[in-house]
Design a protein around this ligand. Structure first.
Ligand code: ATP
Ligand code: MG
Length: 574
């Protein structure tokens, strides 16, 4: 492709709303333009990269035994009512009516559509497994679209769904998809880690998120260098020394009531009473489905609502509002504590070894000192309900855990029979008995993968594309279009290299060398060939590697071979 014949509107400035480097560079290098909040157009370079990622995904899915389909974007309400998600999905689901006043949604994910498809055509265990995927736009009315392609409202996703006859076979399919994802993200040139993720009430280590490691990531990843354990902070367990029983409560004095006027936060109480935050028991009232519990954690910790939800086996948990707190405890948040509470108490495992401690007295502006669990209050349950922090013990090997940040580019999930039961999707087993399909689902954010790659691969001058997903692998630059020798050589090199199968773009613009080279750095194609004065004087062509800055000299005769060699070194291992 010649630069003058395509559309690459590069810019000096990034848009005002661009906070992270990938957003800025995608925009400045002319890969995307914004239409409205969270809604983007892909320009020629953008779509080339998206297609390269998509083709890597296709090959990975083929290796994993999945088949490509294309499902409708517009989905009627009744299907979503069958699964119960028309109500449950919330405001991310865009709902609208057609001219007959029938309700529809733009699909944010396609479990309903695929279950409907498979249940009508797959009737026997002999047809299983079925594993189908598509690469298509999704729409989610995200509350805070931001970071460009990272969190859009309309975005391209690869979503796949598998159907198996039982859990054992579903496990085999899951592993194939895990392996396919590992291959796909490696081919994309990403540094990533698969981490265990929350599975809600399904249980088991049946969900993995594929995280690209980057400081700008929205997710916190807990990992152990010693044994390789890695999990999303939402789910990461904490290792505690055994035995996991509460320390015996010391007999003796009762808690002492003290006034703490106007001191409500842990910091305020800690400073006022001269106790460290770790010597305070923080109590929060939490609604869990139709029940209410009090969650008690150490003052310097953060409550993890997902862990609490799983510990309670609840479907939904949320912090109670102020009115509920007062009604149930007699005090506002900030003076609540476990002593004398009538609601059920769930205490974090760490509370077993905290105390005598300071805790709210369920009386505004009052706290107790000398509170001991087991003596002054009795938790009905001890559970791991706090966020993991760096230095906590690994649940597998007890070594200290570290925390890094990541961007979730893919998510694989074992669904079990959740959708097939609700939507009556069944097949006949060997004994002629009806069984619900055992499902899995597998997503990859295609645009997010592109953005995440740029987060990882850039410098002050621009993008540094990995070979596998670069819009072009090679840029040819003629330094002076007015010099006939140079321009003619460049033109013939362009023809030759194209014929040799290089994925090449030729900058044939009549611009200053400075501008062309600046753009080349910004666009970040992996290899660059410059036809300049060195060629005119000495017959030498310069090859520059964007990633390393390395410059290799070639002649017309050796150019092809040197480029092929370089391409090999830059290629991800298969
Ligand atoms: P998140 O927690 O980031 O909202 P999710 O759990 O909602 O993600 P899934 O439903 O598992 O995401 O979707 C599969 C993949 O689609 C994600 O791993 C991510 O790469 C991508 N994705 C999800 N939401 C968006 C979005 N708003 N914009 C771009 N990509 C997205
Ligand atoms: Mg989401």
């Amino acid at each position: 492709m010649k630069f003058t014949q395509t559309f690459i509107p590069t810019l000096k400035e990034a848009p005002r709303d661009a906070e992270i480097v990938s957003h800025k560079l995608l925009f400045r290098a002319g890969l995307i333009r914004k239409l409205s909040s969270g809604i983007y157009s892909y320009l020629p370079l953008g779509i080339r990269s998206i297609q390269k990622i998509s083709n890597i995904i296709r090959e990975g899915m083929r290796r994993g035994g999945a088949q490509e389909v294309l499902l409708p974007l517009v989905i009627q309400k009744d299907l979503w009512e069958e699964s119960g998600r028309w109500q449950a999905y919330g405001k991310e689901l865009l709902r609208f009516q057609d001219r007959h006043e029938k309700w529809f949604t733009l699909g944010p994910t396609h479990e309903e559509v695929i279950v409907d498809l498979v249940r009508s055509d797959v009737k026997s265990y002999k047809q299983l497994p079925v594993n189908l995927y598509q690469i298509a736009p999704k729409f989610r009315d995200e509350i805070r679209p931001r970071f460009g392609l990272m969190r859009g409202r309309e975005f391209i996703m690869k979503d796949g769904y598998s159907f198996d006859r039982d859990e054992a076979n579903a496990g085999v399919t899951y592993q194939k998809m895990y392996d396919a994802y590992t291959w796909i993200f490696s081919q994309c040139g990403l540094r990533f880690q698969a981490v265990e993720a929350d599975t809600g009430t399904i249980g088991g280590n049946f969900s993995h998120e594929f995280m690209v490691l980057a400081n700008t990531g929205e997710e916190a990843i807990v990992s152990c260098d010693a044994c390789g354990y890695a999990a999303n902070v939402e789910k990461a367990e904490i290792g505690y020394p055994e035995p996991a029983v509460a320390a015996p409560a010391p007999a003796g004095t009762a808690p002492v009531l003290v006034e703490t006027p106007g001191r409500h936060t842990v910091e305020e109480v800690s400073a006022f009473l001269h106790v460290p935050a770790a010597g305070i028991m923080k109590t929060m009232i939490v609604k869990a489905d139709n029940d209410v519990v009090a969650a008690v954690i150490r003052g310097d910790r953060e409550l993890n609502l997902i862990k609490l939800k799983n510990a309670l086996g609840a479907d939904e948990v949320a912090l109670a509002g102020d009115a509920d707190c007062v009604r149930l405890t007699g005090a506002h948040a900030g003076s609540i504590g476990p002593v004398g509470l009538t609601v059920r108490i769930v205490a974090d495992l760490e509370i077993r070894t905290v105390g005598p401690a300071v805790a709210g007295a369920n009386q505004d502006d009052h706290h107790y000192t000398g509170v001991v669990q087991g003596r002054d209050f009795q938790p009905s349950q001890f559970a791991d309900i706090r966020n993991t922090v760096a230095g906590d013990r690994c649940p597998r090997c007890s070594k200290p855990l570290g925390i890094t940040r990541g961007i979730e580019v893919g998510h694989i999930f074992r669904l079990g029979t959740k959708y097939s039961r609700k939507m009556q999707a069944e097949f006949l087993d060997e004994n002629g008995k009806s069984q619900p399909f055992v499902m899995g689902c597998y997503g990859i954010g295609v645009g997010r993968t592109l953005a995440a790659s740029i987060e990882q691969n850039n410098d002050k001058d621009g993008i540094i594309f990995p070979l596998g997903i670069a819009p072009y692998e090679l840029e040819l630059i003629s330094i002076n279009m007015k010099d006939r020798d140079i321009a003619d050589t460049a033109e013939s090199l362009y023809r030759d290299l194209s014929a040799d199968g290089f994925d090449i773009i030729y900058d044939d613009r009549d611009l200053s060398p400075g501008m062309k080279l600046k753009d080349a750095d910004l666009l970040g194609f992996p290899m660059r060939v410059i036809v300049g004065t060195k060629f005119k004087n000495e017959g030498v062509l310069e090859i520059k590697v964007r990633q390393t800055g390395e410059v290799v000299m070639a002649t017309r005769e050796t150019l092809r071979e040197k480029l092929a060699e370089l391409r090999k070194t830059l290629s991800p291992k298969s």
